[in-house]
Design a protein around this ligand. Structure first.
Ligand code: FES
Length: 214
């Protein structure tokens, strides 16, 4: 807009500064995606880097007094960043990168207690895959016949927690190492950013039953 030259420069410079932490967090997320997501992520990154370069060119031209070419670079940068945003949306929504992969579990489990397994069928100290009325869960039997039950598929990228390892009262995902507290599913360490759905358990006549932890 006419008369807004200083504001334009400040705005572009602010956007360029903000691109640095966004790029860093993007690379961290990218490093643990699956191959299909990684491919889109690389294109997304390349497009965004091009957009940033165009905005650098825009700011440089404007500071040198080349207002018209500064605007041209700016419009080009806006278009390219728009494409990068669309790719980011595809990555997040269609390919579910960064989404909570255990979010559906509370919707799928009916209220009340459900049979999990006979206690005698659960080995001590080893995560075991079980089916809870069609919902995959992992059961962990501990000394004193305490049994913990969490949703099977990791909230990060759906890794199989029944193939994970136990450490310090937590279950470590075999894919990228997120750890979830057995008692309530809380994500103690990432990269998972969401807790794992957890279940209350009880033992009735030698049968382990579970219901969603509320
Ligand atoms: S799938 Fe990535 S930490 Fe579990």
């Amino acid at each position: 807009m006419p008369g807004q030259r200083t504001a334009v420069r400040v705005l572009i410079a602010t956007g360029l500064l903000a691109a640095a932490p966004a790029t860093a967090s993007g690379w961290v997320d990218w490093a643990e995606l699956n191959p299909r997501q990684m491919r889109v992520g690389i294109v997304h990154a390349a497009v965004n880097i091009t957009g940033v370069a165009l905005y650098v060119a825009s700011l440089t031209a404007r500071l040198r007094g080349h207002e018209i070419s500064g605007r041209m670079y700016g419009w080009a940068g806006l278009g390219v960043v728009g494409i990068g945003g669309a790719l980011g949306g595809h990555l997040a929504y269609r390919l579910a990168a960064g989404a909570n992969h255990a979010e559906a579990v509370p919707q799928l489990v009916e209220p009340g207690w459900h049979y999990v397994a006979d206690l005698s069928d659960l080995p001590q100290g080893r995560p075991t895959h079980r089916d809870l009325d069609g919902v995959a869960v992992v059961a962990v039997r501990q000394p004193g016949d305490r049994v913990h039950v969490l949703a099977e598929h990791c909230s990060h990228l759906a890794g199989p927690l029944s193939q994970g390892t136990l450490e310090d009262g937590c279950l470590r995902c075999p894919w990228h190492g997120s750890t979830f507290r057995l008692t309530d599913g809380w994500n103690i360490t990432g990269p998972a950013t969401a807790p794992q759905p957890a279940f209350d358990t009880r033992i009735t006549d030698g049968q382990v039953e579970a219901r969603l932890h509320t």
